[in-house]
Every structure is written in structure tokens, then in C-alpha cells.
Design a protein around this ligand. Structure first.
Ligand code: 4AZ
Length: 847
């Protein structure tokens, strides 16, 4: 949880605070002074004395300011490593209390002093160095250097440190070098992460572990799993393997505070915290089912953990072992032959090791060409999000470099001959999960038999060309099209289905489909009540539309006349901000928009891989599985409080055989991830009461909502939590992405899922939806889906949530209700619009 939400805000001491703490002396009494007129001379003397005192004081202040203040110095720490090529590693170097360690460390520190003396900038501010560790190859020394730098000079010291290699060269070439001095290579250094030497730490812990073949060690945060990790603590684990081995660190539990600024863990491919060797920074919660294994490039690894004063979580535990360099997972590349096959980056789906490079040579039968498709592609690195050069980690195919994170299956390359080479490279810092690729032999003359070949080499059905949908993923199936009468001709040459005109979403990409809507003139905006007002009226502080719509979403909150569009505070005042509830800012005078906000957050940190659309345990903690006793899963439901669930009314209608309307028919499973796998985190509840909406219409599915009261309340946990309930005015704008979840069928007419599934869909304009669904959509329904087909809720998902992210929380936008089949093209899923039932839910449940 980040501290914005904690209610415990950090308030830095401001100048104002200082002002209020200064005590001023009482002012002199002027009347008294007037009466006590003394002789003129005495007055003059006193005046001179006071003047001299003031001058002295001013001089003192100026001297202090220009002389001493200038000397305010900041501590700057640099970490680094260097290879000492004229020394041989001895076992005694592993322990810092041996005389051998101390002797070599002394030599290293004196040589560092000599190196820094080659730069005037560094020599001036250098305080000292300490050697933290040595490792094999020949001998690698890991050190920390401290500088005291005057404020304003930090950049110049950073610059001087960046020339460290040149300084080492200078030092090494120095003619009068003593014969026993160290010969250095591969010198790297970088500024230490300032959070690692924060003055607020009250405890420093250091552990060292040397793994052995055949044994599995373990590291964990102090107190794990029985108590939270300690506050204000800095911990480091220096991990070693035997020479020729690499370290494998396998997390089975990782649960830290969500905000990395407060508590975090960092893994380095080094024995000291060198930023250019950082492999990963972690915080928050990772599901135990997520593959979370890291490999070092050499035989050392460093794990650091820092906690601040508040909100300490259970912590982490990781298994530690060594694997021989060159064994499975540490290597990659090779010869691949045949018609088709697959290959992955090393250690996939876990993290690839840093400093790895390899090459695959693919050969398919003569006369054919090679087509490679990356089914998963995750090579991202902080700060490189928009990098085109791919100068860090990359994959190279056909002389083209690929990096970053790409949607599944969108990176595809085809060769001109029957061979192809694929290169994978990871640099020294930051690792990711890598890629999973497949290759196949294709006919060069006809790479997509009876299909359209996209620019990105994908093949799509001919009927999908120029149909308004981006089927290729790179839009190439929608270029150079002649639009039919059923399509809008966008100015940029694209064709889009006519029913997308004026739906509020810029489908053309150049707004053509959203121009001239609502009949308002240019320079005017269309109010939600269809009135036209001048563009200048938007956000001008006056309700020109009459329904407040020109003053909504203006980045601030103002009091407005109450309407269907405004948020009503508990004190009945209405404010203009859209969706102000639980957004972390108090907008209502009475604070009611930020009350009852322990909802809509999962402990889960987003993972991006493995298992397709399986959720991770605890990712949607409000999801409930409703079982008919003795039968199994039938419907979904959503937790809204410790006692109440929301589901669909059509789930609780009796039929000839089963009395679905009776509480005794059902049992509710909370915290469930895999059907049939009722572990310790799952809570089973019987029902006390079922309240179907009295206006539910079994023919039209209108008002398809019901409430279920549990026989006894549940205690919230990482796996069981409520979703946030939207205010009646909560806006779920069309085009927004929302989540559907459930154990329903994974295709129309198919089997139910074992593991809770998730998928992202978009909210669809109700008018468009009504046209697509033959006029069956009422204002109590909400449409969501992917109109290209393929993603949807299905049988067995009914009653479950349509979860809409807003800020860092999820709100219950809808309840899975009905649809025309499942995942069909142009047939969205239909959901019960929860905002329409907010009053009814409050009345029945108090939530
Ligand atoms: C069902 O039968 C069902 N495609 C739920 C949702 C949808 C279709 C069917 C939406 O429970």
C-alpha cells in the first residue's frame, strides 16, 4: 500500500513551521519611551552602541554565510569492483576477519587512494574506502568509497567518477609504481543508491552464505513467516557459489510493502551494491504460483533489503542453490532443424541471467523459408521503455533488433532462405523473463496459403481485410481499403464500421468518426443533455449546460447543483469531480468520499506471463465461486462486505429440478483459485438469505442482480477482500478497459475452467451495443467485450464481477448476465449495470 493511502502522510518541515516556532520578544512600550526622555548625549551614545552591535552581528552573519555555509558537505558513496590479475584467490579471502583479507584489502584501499589522487576533483573530497568482499577470477575486489562533497559540486564528482577507467589507466602506467602493486582490470563503479545509506536506518544486518552442490540453502527476511520484518533496517545477503557454478535464487514467498520507495529488495550480480550490476528491484506481493527464479552470471550474488519505519509486511523467503555454469537454464543457442520447433531464452519462464549472449541457427528443408514467431516477448528494462536502439538486452533476427515488452505473437520474422539466425543478448544490468518462440518451414512463394499476409508477417483470414478491425496487430490489414457503404471513410484512409460513428471513441485515430456529432456547431461542445454550449464554457466554473456536464472532469472539485452526473456527499452537497470516491483525495467537505475505502485492492503485483489467462492466487480476491451442494460450481459472485455477496438474479431462479432460490441449495467458496483445491486460504460459507431483485425479468434479463447474505462473516485476508462499490453517478466511460473473471466455459459449449480465468474487455457504447444486440439493451445493462470476438464471459461466469480499475482500486461496474453465445464477433457480453442498483443494495445490505 502506498503512503498516499495510508492516512499517515509525511509532512516535511517547511519554512512556515520554522516561523511559527520562533518566539519574538514583546514590543517595547512606546508610551513609556516617550515619557522617559533622557539627555540627548546619552541617547546618541546608546544609538552608536546599538548601531555597532547591529553592524557586528551582520558581519558575523555574512562571514558565517560565505565561509562556513559553503562548507556544508554531502556524503556521497560509490560502489565498485575491480579484477586484480596478478593475485590468486585464496579461501581466506572469503572471510573479512582473516589476516590475508586484511592485507589485500589494505593494498586495494591504498591503490584506490592513488587512483582518486589522479583526479583533482576526487582527491579534494575523498574520505576513504573499505573493501567489502573478494571473489574468484583472478581476484575480484568489491569496495565502497566515500566522498564529502560541497553542495552543488555533486555533478562534477559524478563526472570525475565516470572517468574511473581512465584514472586507473593513468595510475597503472605511472612509472614509479612499486613492484608489488596490484594490476587492475575491469574496474567499474557507480554512485550507490542513496536509499541504501539513509540515515534513518537503526539496524544493519549482514549475512554471508556459500552454497554447496547437493544442498539447498535458504535466505529469508528476519521474522519470516511468523512476524513482519523489522522497521528501519538495512540487510544484505552476500551469496557465493563454487568457481564454475552460478547461483540460483528461487523465491517462494515475496510480500513487501507496495511502494518501492519505502520497503524494497534489490538483487545484484555482484557482492557489493553496484547499480550497473543490479538485476532487479522488487517490492509488493508476488503470487507464490508465479515463477520467480534468478540466476547470476558468475559465482556471486548480493541481495539487499531496506525497510522504513511503517507498515512492515511478512517479507520474503528464497531457496538458494548452485548450478554448474553451462547446465540447463544457464545456456542457450544451438542448431535447430526440421519443419517446426520451439526455443526459449535461458531459464524461461524465469528470469534470464545477465551478461549472456547466444545464437540459434535454424535450418528448415531446402526450398522452404523459416518463419519465427515470438509467442511471449519480455525484454524490458527500467528507463528503456521507448528505446528504439535496443542498446541493452535484445533479440536480433534478420539484422533487426527487438527489445522491450511486446504483445503475444506480434513479433514475427520470415527469412528469404531456408536458414535463419536468432541472437539473444543480455547486458550486465536488469533481467526479465525473456521469450518463448516457435519456428516453422513455410513456402517462400506462398507464406500465407489462402490468407492475407500482414506486414508483420502474420497470416489472417482474407475476410478480415478491410473490415475495420485491426486483425494483424499492426493495422496492415486495414490499409489501402475502399470503404463500403457500411463503413465510415476516415480521413487517414482507414474504414471503420458505421455503427462506431459518434460513439465517443476515436476509432479512426484522426477523430473523423467523432466529428459533426450531436448537431453542435464548430467551436461548441455537446452537453450530456444534448444542449450545445460554447467550447469556452468548458471548465469555466459556471454550469452552462444546466446538467453540470461542461464542468465535469475539470481536474478540480467544485460544488454544483445536484444532478444525475454529480457525486452526492453524505452532507447532500454535490461536487463536480468525476468518480471522486476512494481516489485518495478528500473532495467532500465532510470527507464522505474517502470513507469505507478498504476495498478494491489485491495484494497481488502484476505479473505478465505464463498460463495465458490464468489469474494468480489473490489477484481478484473479491471473486466467489457459488457451488450447488453436491454438484459443484454453477455461478460466480462478488464480495462487497464481510457478510454480503452480489450475484445475478438468473443464478437464483428455481427450475423444475433445483431450488436455486433457496439459501440451503448453495455453498459459497471465498478465496478460491483452483476448483477442487480447497487449501487453507479458502473460506466456505453457507447462505443465510438470498434477495433477488424484485424487478428481474426472466425473459429480457432486465434487472439481473441478486444479493446473498453469508451465514457468518468472513475475515479478510490476502485472498479474500471486497471490491469497491461505485457511487450511483460513477462513470464507466466507453472504451475503458475492464476485467472479467470466472471459472466459466473457456469457449462456447466448452468445459469450465479449473483455475480462475481473467480477460480484459472494453466498455462498449450502449447505442452501438443495442444496435448489435437487436434492441435488447436496457439502461440497467452495460455492454463490454472485444468486438473482433475471441474474448468474453461464458456459461458459468454468470453472477461474477466486471471489475473496473480506477486509480489503484477496482470498482464493481457490472455483474455477468447474458450474451448471444460467447466470444462471437460483434456480440459483446451483457452485464447488469451496478450503479443503477446502488440505492437498492444500500437499502438491503447497508453497504
Ligand atoms: C451464461 O450462460 C452466459 N457471452 C454468461 C455470459 C455470456 C453468455 C452466457 C456472455 O452464463
Amino acid at each position: 500500500m502506498d503512503y498516499m493511502d495510508s492516512g499517515l502522510r509525511y509532512t516535511p518541515k517547511s519554512d512556515k513551521d520554522w516561523d511559527t516556532s520562533v518566539q519574538f520578544l514583546p514590543a517595547s512600550d512606546n508610551k513609556k519611551l516617550e515619557k522617559k526622555k533622557g539627555p540627548g548625549k546619552v541617547g546618541a551614545v546608546i544609538g552608536v552602541v546599538i548601531f555597532a552591535a547591529v553592524v557586528a552581528l551582520m558581519t558575523g552573519l555574512l562571514v558565517w554565510h560565505f565561509h562556513f555555509r559553503k562548507d556544508v558537505r554531502l556524503k556521497k558513496m560509490y560502489s565498485g569492483s575491480m579484477r586484480i590479475t596478478n593475485q590468486v584467490f585464496e579461501d581466506a579471502y572469503e572471510k573479512s576477519n582473516t589476516s590475508e583479507f586484511k592485507a589485500l584489502a589494505k593494498q586495494v584501499t591504498s591503490q584506490l587512494k592513488s587512483i582518486y589522487s589522479k583526479s583533482p576533483q576526487l582527491a579534494k573530497y575523498y574520505v576513504g574506502s573499505t573493501v567489502q568482499a573478494f571473489s574468484e577470477g583472478s581476484v575480484i575486489a568489491y569496495y565502497l568509497s566515500e566522498f564529502k562533497v560541497p553542495t552543488g559540486q555533486e555533478a562534477s564528482v559524478d563526472k570525475a567518477m565516470s572517468t574511473m577507467e581512465k584514472l586507473v589507466d593513468k595510475e597503472q602506467r605511472f612509472l614509479s609504481r612499486p613492484g608489488n602493486s596490484l594490476v587492475l582490470e575491469d574496474v567499474i563503479s557507480s554512485a550507490l543508491d542513496a536509499r541504501l545509506f539513509s540515515t534513518s536506518f537503526s539496524q544493519f544486518l549482514k549475512f554471508t552464505e556459500h552454497t554447496k552442490t547437493g544442498t539447498i540453502g535458504q535466505i529469508q527476511s528476519p521474522g519470516f513467516p511468523n512476524s513482519p520484518y523489522p522497521p528501519n533496517t538495512f540487510i544484505q545477503w552476500q551469496l557465493r557459489a563454487d568457481p564454475g557454478y552460478v547461483i540460483k535464487l528461487e523465491f517462494d514467498m515475496m510480500n513487501l510493502e507496495e511502494n518501492c520507495q519505502n520497503d524494497f529488495l534489490k538483487i545484484y550480480d555482484s557482492l557489493v551494491a553496484i547499480e550497473s550490476r543490479v538485476m532487479e528491484e522488487m517490492c509488493g506481493y508476488y503470487s507464490p504460483s508465479e515463477p520467480l527464479t534468478y540466476l547470476s552470471s558468475g559465482n556471486v550474488m548480493l541481495v539487499t533489503m531496506a525497510s522504513d519505519k511503517e507498515k512492515n509486511y511478512p517479507g520474503f523467503r528464497a531457496k538458494l542453490s548452485q548450478i554448474r555454469r553451462g547446465s540447463k537454464g544457464t545456456t542457450c543457442g544451438g542448431q535447430l532443424t526440421g519443419e517446426k520447433g520451439t526455443f526459449t531464452s535461458p531459464n524461461f519462464p524465469n528470469y534470464y541471467p545477465p551478461r549472456t549472449s547466444c545464437q540459434w541457427s535454424i535450418q528448415v528443408p531446402a526450398g522452404k523459408a523459416v518463419k519465427v514467431t515470438f509467442r511471449k516477448f519480455l525484454l524490458s528494462e527500467p528507463g528503456q521503455e521507448n528505446s528504439k536502439e535496443c542498446s541493452k538486452d535484445y533479440v536480433e533476427v534478420n539484422r533487426k533488433k527487438f527489445c522491450g515488452e511486446k504483445p503475444d505473437g506480434t513479433v514475427t520474422e520470415t527469412s528469404n532462405t531456408n536458414t535463419m539466425s536468432v541472437v539473444f543478448f543480455s547486458d550486465a544490468s536488469y533481467v526479465d523473463r525473456g521469450f518463448d518462440a516457435s519456428y516453422e518451414a513455410i513456402d517462400v512463394k506462398d507464406p500465407c496459403p489462402k490468407e492475407f499476409q500482414c506486414r508483420n508477417q502474420r497470416c489472417v483470414k482474407l475476410a478480415l481485410k478491410c473490415d475495420g478491425w485491426n486483425d494483424c496487430g499492426d493495422m496492415s490489414d486495414e490499409l489501402n481499403c475502399k470503404c463500403s457503404s457500411k463503413h465510415i471513410s476516415c480521413k487517414n484512409g482507414l474504414c471503420k464500421p458505421m455503427f462506431w460513428k459518434c460513439d465517443g471513441v476515436d476509432d479512426c485515430g484522426d477523430l473523423t468518426d467523432e466529428l459533426n456529432c450531436g448537431g453542435c456547431k464548430t467551436g461548441q461542445i455537446t452537453c450530456k443533455n444534448a444542449k450545445c454550449v460554447s467550447e469556452k464554457n468548458r471548465c469555466d466554473g459556471t454550469d452552462n449546460c444546466g446538467d453540470g456536464s461542461d464542468e465535469l472532469d475539470c481536474g478540480r472539485s467544485m460544488d454544483l447543483k445536484c444532478s444525475d452526473l454529480t457525486y452526492r456527499c453524505k452532507n447532500n452537497k454535490c461536487i463536480s469531480k468525476v468518480n471522486p470516491e476512494c481516489d485518495g483525495t478528500q473532495d467532500c467537505e465532510d470527507g464522505s468520499d474517502e470513507q469505507n475505502c478498504d476495498c478494491g485492492r489485491s495484494m497481488f503485483k502484476t505479473s505478465r506471463i505464463v498460463g495465458g489467462e490464468d489469474t494468480e492466487a489473490g489477484e481478484f480476491p473479491w471473486q466467489v465461486s457459488l457451488h450447488v451442494k453436491g454438484f459443484g460450481h454453477v455461478c460466480g459472485a462478488t464480495i462487497i462486505s464481510p457478510n454480503w455477496l452480489v450475484t445475478a438474479a438468473h443464478c437464483v431462479q428455481d427450475d423444475g429440478r433445483t431450488r436455486y432460490s433457496q439459501p440451503s441449495t448453495w455453498e459459497a467458496y471465498l478465496g478460491l483459485h483452483t476448483q477442487g483445491n480447497v487449501g487453507s486460504v479458502v473460506e466456505k460459507r453457507n447462505l443465510k438469505r438470498i434477495i433477488a431483485n424484485p424487478n428481474y425479468n426472466a425473459y429480457t434479463y432486465d434487472n439481473d442482480i441478486a444479493l446473498m447474505e453469508l451465514d457468518r462473516p468472513v475475515t479478510y485476508s490476502d485472498y479474500i477482500r471486497p471490491i469497491c462499490m461505485p457511487a450511483p453517478q460513477h462513470d464507466f466511460p466507453m472504451g475503458n478497459t475492464v476485467w472479467i473473471t470466472g471459472w466459466g466455459a473457456t469457449r462456447e459449449g466448452g468445459f469450465a475452467a479449473k483455475v480462475l480465468q481473467k480477460a480484459q474487455v472494453r466498455i462498449i457504447n450502449s447505442k452501438v451495443c443495442n444496435d448489435l444486440m437487436g434492441g435488447q439493451i436496457t439502461s440497467r445493462m452495460l455492454c463490454a467485450g472485444v468486438l473482433t470476438g475471441g474474448v468474453d464471459a461464458c456459461q458459468g461466469d454468470s453472477g461474477g464481477p466486471l471489475s473496473s480499475p480506477s486509480g489503484s482500486r477496482m470498482f464493481l461496474a457490472g455483474v455477468v448476465s447474458w450474451g448471444d453465445g460467447c466470444a462471437r464477433r460483434n456480440k459483446p457480453g451483457i452485464y447488469t449495470r451496478v450503479t443503477k442498483f446502488r440505492g437498492w443494495i444500500k437499502e438491503k445490505t447497508g453497504v
